[in-house]
Design a protein around this ligand. Sequence first.
Ligand code: HOZ
Length: 421
Amino acid sequence: MNRSSQLFHDSQRVIPGGVNSPVRAFKAVVGDPVFVQSAEGHTLIDADGNRYIDLIGSWGPMIVGHAHPEVVAVIQEAATRGTSYGAPTEAELLFAQDIVDAVPSVEQVRLCSSGTEATMHALRLARGFTGRDAILKLDGCYHGAHDSVLVAAGSGVATFAQPGSPGIIAPATLTAPYNDLAAVERHLQATPVAAILVEPVAGNMGCIPPQPGYLEGLRALCDRYGALLIFDEVMTGFRLAYGGAQERFGVRPDLTCLGKIVGGGLPLAAFGGRREIMQRLSPVGPVYQAGTLSGNPLAVAAGRKTLELLRAPGFYERLEALSAGLEARLSPIVAKAGLSMHRVGSMITIYFSPVAPWRFDEVARCDLPRFGRFHRACLDRGIYLPCSQYEAAFLPATLTDHDLDTLAAGIAEAIDASVSP
Ligand code: HOZ
């Protein structure tokens, strides 16, 4: 037994399933999870000393690569001045200003510690602002692990084929298929809805783009029926453009949830939006929201430095070019194998289906056992991909042309190796 498997075995005695978040458990693919020893740039080294090109990047945050020396330096420096105060700091003001400057629809922002918190608080705020109870989410979108959104959810909820979760109370959550405006309008006609919460590019049922007009259509429906539009940009924020998917697609939500990249690899998230809505938050308004570690000085330092790195001239152009370069290399391989693919910016998924899906139920029809074999075959070739067909891969900006060639060759071999059980 290798060291990763030994650690996984031992972990299961004291941690449920041996992992601190279910998606890490490799339950839908072949073999045991890789236990990580260290990471630098886009190289991940496991407990057995194996090296991988990391296309997960901590599920999205590590866009500038792991252990970026400038990010590490500001974390170290911040730590020498104390690791948590539970009191406001100038750095939070500067960081909030950075976020407001970056994200087109955000006029005010509040920091919290995880994407789950960000969507939970944004929904409560939407309910408080509109005086309505119901919310509408889209099938296959995942917005963290709190009650109202663990319904028809993607990510681990889909990977483990759980329709929702025991223990949740979500009587006011309506759902509709992704990319289906008519289904959304039927709900809005029947029920006063506080908010539509959507991943503007879905990343939790693999990467699924919005069809042309979909985001604009959601905006128009929200305006017509008095609902708020909330973009969950936890994955897409600072990834698809500096201003996120709303900049890339030119659609302005009322509220935006951020996480992952904004924290530079430390536990930090945020939600923000129109001033008149954000002004309903305590202590100005009546909607309560709080957190001891919100605005944590280490996380703020990492986030500010990461955003500074992303503002370097040409950063997103280079990331787009290398992402397109990988797609160009993979397209003939995928087509020859009778498979399909979606890419938006640096989010990409190969689907084990001849036609790329546009909604959740179509992802469920992919050849999931073959995906599991493909995933292991990739690991055997030093490629670390998300361990579920329901998760998008995230490309780091550190990849070189040589890496793209290595990835294409390894993925081609892994697709071939996945044919027979
Ligand atoms: N949101 C990511 C999955 N799609 C990773 C977070 C988790 O561990 O669930």
